[in-house]
Design a protein around this ligand. Structure first.
Ligand SMILES: *Cc1c(COP(=O)(O)O)cnc(C)c1O
Length: 482
């Protein structure tokens, strides 16, 4: 063994550094829960300045064996998803147990594409997907896979829809002029859905947009006319994508009615439940996705609402056998028989060959705390969003965009006497000032041309007084009145 190798694989170095890191993280978990004012939620810095800082770090610390100094610096500079005032994006405040599972996963370094490269986690992947399928309300015929994110899950689902519904062997023959394929999507779809359609090569006209109602849900009355208009233009619509819920405003589409429509026209129904599909775990809120068990495929991100470290996405098919048709190609050097459906050689059904053993993250949570922890999380955050909405309505200088159906909430500051024409600049300025202050982390979105502040309530330690504090803080920002 070379000398650098023997240093790098020194088990005692690992033991000592590992204990120090666990101490650092345990203190961090304890301290962040209290939301200390001294800890900026997002230590805002100019990207170029930050890059230069790290260039200097490499020069200064090249071959420095003190790895703790690196860990501490990164932890300090990064956004703190465990901070109760982290109320911006949709990425989970992860359960600490996932950091432990990831440490194990990292060292085992399982490939997951073929059974031998991660057999326990391959079994767990099936288990986790089957559990998800059960909670979705599917029959035992349902099955699926985990993918690195909802974007990849949505693309994979649409590729499966294509192989089932194209009406010819597109995989072998390639795109045919006689079949101008298209997918119907909400105007409010996540950009990755539109991107997936573009990746499949169907261009702008492959994306058939369905208008939404005032609540940003697909307008069910417009389904038929939208479909007929696409058909009249020579488009062969093969699938419909429902939002559960939409990213921008957290609006849930009427899945039941969309399933009826798909049945009538023999379309594939895909539910993009990356964020809000998680409500299947809540007794109180699962009615938001009524009819989801009629969908042909569903994507659900565990790393958003379900407390799991990113990434961990379930893609579940009502008929699990269809997933084997997605990539009907030969890779004989990997699998003894590429024609056979071997559930345990996961690469047959995924774009990814080597992929992280993410099943371990989800299973570690299910096994330790039970599914109930997911339900508890949904109920808490969705209830909190309702309370926050009421609070906003009580404050007349604030305006709520929509009644929240999920834990996503859009509002803006509209002080008395302000002019509509000034409100976009005012609220964009507020968002900037809020995150630069380090007191809260929020984002913004555009609704019908109007800038709204957007909160996603993800952290189990966020409470109503924290949000009240946010409103006070916004009001107190002097610079925005300038
Ligand atoms: C977040 C999100 C996605 C993208 O999922 P990633 O896991 O970030 O790739 C897709 N659709 C919706 C509705 C989302 O909210």
């Amino acid at each position: 063994m070379q000398s650098l190798h023997s240093q790098a694989f020194d088990s005692e170095y690992f033991r000592e550094q590992g204990h120090q890191l666990v101490n650092l993280l345990a203190n961090y978990i304890r301290d962040t829960q209290k939301g200390p004012e001294s800890l900026p939620v997002f230590p805002s810095k100019n990207p170029d300045a930050l890059y230069q800082e790290w260039q200097a770090d490499l020069k200064e610390n090249y071959k420095n064996k003190d790895i703790q100094s690196l860990f501490e610096k990164v932890l300090q500079e990064n956004i703190h998803t465990l901070h109760p005032k982290y109320v911006g994006h949709q990425v989970a405040s992860p359960l600490p147990i996932n950091a432990l599972a990831d440490m194990l996963g990292s060292l085992m370094n399982s490939g997951m594409g073929v059974y031998e490269m991660g057999s326990p986690m391959v079994a767990l992947e099936k288990l986790v997907v089957k559990e998800t399928a059960k909670v979705l309300g599917y029959s035992p015929a349902a099955d699926g896979i985990l993918t690195s994110g909802g974007s990849l899950g949505n693309l994979t689902a649409l590729l499966t829809a294509r192989s089932v519904k194209a009406g010819y062997d597109l995989w072998q023959e390639g795109q045919q002029d006689a079949h101008k394929l298209a997918v119907m999507v909400s105007e409010e779809s996540h950009y990755c859905v539109n991107r997936a359609i573009k990746i499949m090569g169907w261009g702008d006209e492959g994306i058939v947009k369905i208008p939404v109602n005032a609540n940003k849900q697909v307008d069910i009355r417009a389904l038929e006319s939208t479909y007929q208009a696409a058909k009249a233009k020579g488009r062969q619509v093969i699938a419909l994508v429902a939002n559960a819920c939409s990213t921008s405003t957290g609006s849930y589409d009427d899945i039941e009615s969309m399933a009826d429509f798909c049945a009538q026209h023999q379309l594939w129904l895909h539910v993009d439940g990356a964020h809000g599909g998680a409500v299947i775990y809540s007794e109180k809120y699962r009615h938001r996705v009524r009819g989801i068990e009629r969908a042909d495929s569903v994507v659900l991100d565990y790393h958003k609402m379900l407390l799991t470290t990113a990434l961990a996405t379930a893609l579940v098919f009502k008929d699990g056998s269809l997933a084997y048709r997605t990539f009907a190609q030969k890779a004989d050097y990997l699998w003894e028989s590429s024609e056979e459906a071997e559930w345990y050689n996961l690469g047959k059904r995924t774009i990814e060959c080597t992929k992280h053993a993410m099943s371990l993250r989800i299973y570690a949570i299910m096994r330790t705390y039970g599914r109930e922890i997911f339900g508890e999380q949904i109920d808490y955050q969705y209830d909190l969003a309702q309370d926050f909405a009421q609070l906003i309505e009580k404050n007349e200088d604030f305006e709520l965009a929509l009644q929240p159906e999920a834990n996503i909430l859009c509002f803006r500051y509209r002080p008395e006497g302000s002019r509509e024409a000034d409100l976009n600049a005012l609220n964009a300025g507020i968002r900037k000032a809020v995150i630069e202050s380090g007191r809260f982390y929020i984002v913004q979105t555009l609704i019908e041309g109007k800038v709204f502040l957007r909160c996603t309530l993800m952290n189990p330690f966020t409470q109503l007084p924290d949000l009240e504090c946010l409103l006070h803080f916004i009001r107190s920002l002097q610079s925005i009145r300038a």
